[in-house]
Design a protein around this ligand. Sequence first.
Ligand code: B12
Length: 584
Amino acid sequence: MDFKSYKYDLVLLHAPSVYDFRKTSIMYGPISDVVPSSSVFEMYPIGFATISRYLKNKGFRVRILNLAVKMLLNPEFDPEKFLKKINARAFGIDLHWLCHAHGSVEVAKLVKKLHPDSAVIFGGISATYFNKELMEYPFIDYCIRGDSTELLLEQLLIALKNGTALDKIENLCWKNDQGEVIYNPFTFIPDSLDGIYVDYKNIFLSAIKDLDFSGYLPFASWVDYPVTALVMSRGCNYRCNVCGGSNQFYQNHCSRKKTVYRSPEDIGKEIKILSRFINGPLLLIGDVFLNGKKYSSDLFDEFERLNVSNQIIFELSAPPARDELEHMAKAIPSFNLILSPESHDERVRSLFGRNFTNKQTEEMIETSIKLGVGRIDLFFMIGLPEQTRQSVRDTIKYCDYILGKYAYSKKVAVYIAPMAPFLDPGSTVFEDPEKYGYKLFYKTLEQHRMALLQPSWKYILNYETKWMTRDDIVESSYEAAIELNRVKMAHGIIEQKKAISQEKRIIQARDLCRYIDKILENKNESVRNDLLKDLKQNMDIFSVSTICNMKDLEWAVMFFGIKAPKFVRRIFFFFWSLIDKMMG
Ligand code: B12
């Protein structure tokens, strides 16, 4: 039995990508330009919210602590001082995205130093993939594998409290008294997501109770742009070769044979609560059309019944049939679509793992415009099989064609970004790079941890291809960004003044990368380090919104995001920041 009293049973910690990003000089480049977070990747997994809600319902005291946001928003915030005051039986740290390889492990080391009696638990899909390496660290006690850990965490917390045996907790990696790592069978793969909810009201109340607003924020700019994710499924039906969340990944590394979906009624319940106090866009995680017609149809009926006014964003793996789009449009007044053709070249797209045609894409765009879509975002990628620099240029020409064709609607947006910082671990190509024309620079967790400390994103990239070297990928990314920016200006999507300043920014970012290359040629290490240190400020400036302006990606937040005018939110946020500073 454990007699020590703890304030929390579990504190869920989200680390920055690189622990001391505030001190290190790294030109992260455009690695996070097409997601709402910064290059610190401060967004915590949605699983933090489902875990917290599940455990709180069972009577556990759980706190979410987004260390990355706190460090980002307050330059004086001292993580060590802050963590020292947190009294918890267990600290759960996510290594969901591999880009947290450095930060998550460093935070674990720090937590163990400050709280040697508390348990340090890892989880997330990258932790699942790298579980063996993680368990070698003396400061990591447990790793829970798999994409569904709510119940397993409950069992572990009970065992920690009562000092009972751990050998029956499925998917758990732990250390026995001799320090040997025991890998319990990886057999818990639930085929239902019943009971998996995000309770945003509770998160908000917890922030007040813990007097910690920033620690609960999903990402730094959420107050201004409260886009909110909603879990619809876990797993994926698609077999995209470079994706570490593909069907093969879930089968081979998460033991999941079948994608699991939440019931439309459960999703409806969550949306109902959410839409009461958030007006921002809601992003559904998973493709609504992959679970058969009945599922999408039931979900749309649920939306219609609820009469939700929020913008709903659907991410599609392929263009859906016309009648499916019609049902979506009828049920949801503000529906938005995201589709990733990845390349204009259908062969490159099919080597990536998606087999739809440009004709189908264009038919989808036309139908959706007629049906009143809010916006259609098309995403293209650099770093694909058989893709050359010329092929990337041709993709931009295709973007030009698409924007011209649908200019009348003002509904279509196009983006291009490099596959960065990493080719996903566990993806088909990562497992057998040569077969697919790829070369991997880093394979292990430790190699990726060290890669994240490299001075520019060129050296952080863990791959190059037979068709594009790392240099090509970097140069091609900036070249494509310049061209696409011009195309958008020509179509009146970006006004001239903004486009000119954006182009200047892209060129400065590219030149900075080239200058870093030059610095690295210097044989003298201390001269090299000094020169890089001097670039810190510029590196930070040119690691955000270079390849595209992140603001352009935001779906318009109707009038105000959280149901309070912007100035009220700002005042609220200001006072919270003061409280945060006092507490930190
Ligand atoms: C939705 C999604 C997003 C959303 C994130 C929403 C959110 N807050 O979670 C958005 C669009 C913002 C996003 C962004 C990115 N993503 Co993403 N994303 C996905 C997607 C499509 C689904 C993920 C999912 O199903 N989650 C649900 C389940 C699996 O996770 P969960 O509920 O959050 O957590 C459960 C478990 O993972 C575990 N767990 C998680 N954390 C912890 C912690 C502890 C202590 C424990 C015990 C358990 C645990 O338990 C949870 C609950 O049971 C996957 C592809 C796929 N099909 O998997 C890619 C995927 C996860 N993303 C990926 C990547 C690379 C990124 C980016 C780095 C891309 C980029 N360069 O910008 C960014 C990172 C953003 C950041 N952190 O700031 C890769 C990750 C590969 C890897 N191993 O690193 C994936 C696999 C595929 C891909 N290439 O897109 N992503």
